[in-house]
Design a protein around this ligand. Structure first.
Ligand code: IMP
Length: 194
């Protein structure tokens, strides 16, 4: 059976990843499962660059096929902030209640049609022969006026999906996986791995 390492320490993500890659006939390991401790500096300028940096570094360390992702929220009115800094926005340890309240405040008085935003997820696959493939998935929406919903994480409670009439924090995990940036990118990278 093929072995694939997904360069994340996030168990929530691993669950989602294993579910979507289940039919690949490969053993999908997290960094922890693979016994790897690595602190890689993500100094890329794009989601794609950051995913590639992580995937290549772990691939060079292990000689295995390695997947890595980088994701975040782009708000058009704020020149695509927080973008690649989504996790670090206002500081890594600041709660999302505060980050979300701050973003809503920065959009005060901004009408619906200018509140467009998207979640982006880039996934890179690094192969032992040096090849690298990168894909991107997006989910389009708008920044809401208040936090809504208890599911998901991060910016989900302020990410309003007009077609569904709710935020991505009001969707079940299954519903979100079907339409999410990460779900789309995972299905696209799966095609590259076949
Ligand atoms: P990453 O784990 O380094 O890719 O960090 C991505 C950051 O983007 C997370 O910490 C969240 O702030 C944000 N983010 C990415 N995907 C989502 C999502 O599906 N819902 C809410 N926030 C997300």
């Amino acid at each position: 059976m093929k072995k694939i390492i997904f360069a994340t320490g996030n168990q929530g993500k691993m669950k989602e990843i294993r579910e979507i890659l289940a039919d690949l006939d490969a053993e999908v390991l997290s960094l922890k499962d693979a016994g790897i401790e690595a602190d890689i500096v993500e100094d890329g300028k794009t989601f794609e660059e950051n995913a590639q940096i992580k995937a290549k570094a772990i691939c060079e360390m292990t000689g295995e096929i390695v997947l890595a992702d980088d994701s975040g929220l782009e708000i058009d009115y704020l020149n695509k902030e927080p973008g690649i800094y989504s996790a670090r926005y206002m500081g890594e340890d600041t709660s999302y209640r505060i980050k979300n309240a701050n973003l809503i405040r920065r959009l005060e008085g901004v009408p619906d049609e200018q509140r467009t935003a998207r979640f982006v997820c880039a996934i890179a696959a690094a192969f032992p022969d040096g090849a690298v493939k990168t894909v991107r998935g997006t989910m389009e929406g708008r920044i809401g006026y208040e936090e809504k919903g208890e599911n998901g994480f991060g910016y989900d409670p302020i990410f309003y999906l007009p077609e569904y009439g709710c935020t991505s924090a009001e969707l079940s995990m299954e519903e979100k996986n079907k339409i999410s940036h990460r779900g789309k990118a995972l299905r696209a990278i799966k095609d590259e791995l076949r």
